[in-house]
Design a protein around this ligand. Structure first.
Ligand SMILES: [Zn+2]
Length: 87
C-alpha cells in the first residue's frame, strides 16, 4: 500500500497548471471505514475554494461524498483575505 497525502496529488496538478478543481477522490484499502483527509490536506484543499467535492472510499468501492466546506467548517482561505482588503 502506498500512503500519499492528498496535498501531494494537488500540488502535482497545480505544478502542471491546474488551479481550479471540481472534485477529488481518495482511495484506500480500509475495510471498516471511509478514508478521510488529514487536517493539513483539508486546509490545502481549502486554498482552492470551499465548494468542491471530496469522494472518500472504502476497499469495497463504496464512498462518502463531502464538500471541502463540510470537511473544514468555518474555514479561512484566500477569498477571505480578498474580502478584508475591500473593507
Ligand atoms: Zn494529508
Amino acid at each position: 500500500m502506498v500512503l500519499q497525502h492528498m496535498r501531494t496529488a494537488i500540488s502535482k496538478a497545480v505544478s502542471e497548471g491546474h488551479k481550479s478543481f471540481k472534485a477529488i477522490a481518495i482511495a484506500s484499502d480500509l475495510e471498516d471505514r471511509f478514508i478521510s483527509p488529514c487536517g493539513a490536506c483539508r486546509q490545502f484543499m481549502r486554498e482552492f475554494g470551499s465548494q468542491w467535492d471530496v469522494y472518500m472510499s472504502k476497499s469495497d468501492g463504496s464512498y462518502k461524498l463531502m464538500t471541502v466546506e463540510e470537511l473544514l467548517p468555518s474555514s479561512f482561505g484566500p477569498d477571505d483575505l480578498r474580502a478584508r482588503e475591500n473593507h
